[in-house]
Design a protein around this ligand. Structure first.
Ligand code: NAP
Length: 347
């Protein structure tokens, strides 16, 4: 890479946007030059709104822009609410920018890649078909639960052929964005419904683990049932996963599939790639959010309690950091993949 390419962050004052600022500042390939948020924040400095103790002065001094201003950066990382992202991302993609988005607005669009670099980097081929819609393009990363769960399911689907999956989540508060649920509802409690979450958890793994035909993604066939629950944990989504496969795998075979998985892009040495995408923990009481969410700088998925069952073939627990592997780190890894593939900047 000859020089760092300019990058903008949309929704820079939210939970995901703030995490992105920390990760893009001092990035070896990208230079953070533009930031945007809502009209209420536009015109203020980043340092006026966020705790910038650990950010470089030049990032704290950036002035927040309105989204309808013109943007210079060829690459824009979006951490906008989905309802806002639908129009804004299409508008900016139409003006030639490559948008790498955390929002759900375009994840289900068959012409928009939903990427986990270790799993389906070939789905970037969908960008070619987007030329009919936009002079730039849109690439998305998965829902914060799916980012970890689909990564864990990938080696199992490849080795054993998934036929049915059931997922129950224990999701952290930071997954709800700012300000999040009221303290009065959260403390001493579990909230048994997260609006809009279960359909995404059911659909997105199938798109990621499916294929691409022409200019459309073709989802994998296995059905997914999902139950999504909010718990009083700050960061880190824990998920109980049960799978049925074409042939019943043993615990040893599943453990080996997890441990030997390196992913499709290991040879690219992307700056945000963890050395181990999946780690298997042997202890009965792991993974735990507080102990395991920061593994691999927040990019490693920790799995444990792998066991055989009767209703399903295998059950296990998976844990991933929702703001990193599930959001900011995922977008950054996708942006790095796009740059390594020559889709933005001078690879
Ligand atoms: P958040 O904390 O609510 O932040 C939203 C950001 O968008 C803020 O910067 C906000 O700016 C800006 N914004 C809101 N309304 C706007 C408008 N009308 N015009 C322009 N900017 C506007 O949300 P978040 O949790 O960071 O999530 C951001 C996106 O990532 C969402 O699409 C979410 O679904 C997705 N996501 C979140 C997670 C997670 O774990 N939190 C994980 C994966 C994906 P102001 O501060 O000026 O209001």
């Amino acid at each position: 890479m000859s020089q760092r390419i300019p990058v903008g962050v949309l929704g820079a004052t939210g939970r995901v946007g703030e995490t992105l600022l920390h990760r893009v500042a001092n990035h070896p390939w990208f230079e953070l030059t533009e930031v945007g948020a809502s009209e209420q924040s536009a015109g203020k400095r980043v340092g006026d709104l966020l705790d910038t103790n650990s950010l470089p002065t030049e990032v704290a001094d950036l002035t927040l822009r309105r989204l309808d201003e013109s943007w210079e950066s060829p690459l824009l990382l979006s951490a906008l609410p989905s309802g806002v992202a639908r129009d804004v991302e299409a508008d900016l993609a139409g003006r030639g920018h490559l948008i790498v988005s955390n929002a759900s607005a375009y994840r289900a669009d068959p012409g928009v890649p939903l990427i986990i670099p270790e799993v389906n980097p070939d789905h970037l081929a969908l960008l070619e078909g987007q030329r009919e819609r936009w002079s730039g393009g849109i690439v998305t990363n998965p829902n914060c639960v799916v980012a970890g769960v689909a990564l864990a399911l990938a080696p199992l689907h490849r080795s054993f052929g998934l036929t049915r999956v059931a997922v129950t989540t224990y999701q952290a508060i930071s997954g709800a964005g700012r300000p999040g649920p009221a303290a009065f509802d959260l403390v001493d409690n579990v909230l048994p419904f997260i609006a809009g979450e279960e359909p995404k958890i059911a659909a997105e793994p199938r798109k990621i683990l499916g294929g691409v035909t022409g200019s459309s993604a073709t989802p994998a066939a296995f059905p997914v049932d999902a139950t999504a629950v909010r718990v009083a944990v700050l960061d880190g989504h824990l998920t109980a996963v049960s799978i049925e496969c074409e042939d019943r795998p043993s615990v040893e075979a599943v453990t080996h599939a997890f441990r030997s998985f390196r992913g499709e892009v290991a040879e690219l040495n992307l700056p945000t790639s963890p050395s181990e995408p999946i780690v298997v923990l042997e202890q009965d009481d792991r993974p735990q959010p507080r102990l395991d969410r920061d593994r691999g700088d927040g990019m490693t998925v920790s799995v444990g309690r792998i066991r055989e069952g009767e209703a399903f073939h295998i059950s296990f627990l998976a844990l991933s950091h929702n703001l990193v592997r599930g959001a900011a780190g995922a977008a950054l890894l996708n942006a790095e993949l796009c740059r390594a593939r020559g889709l933005v900047g001078d690879a």
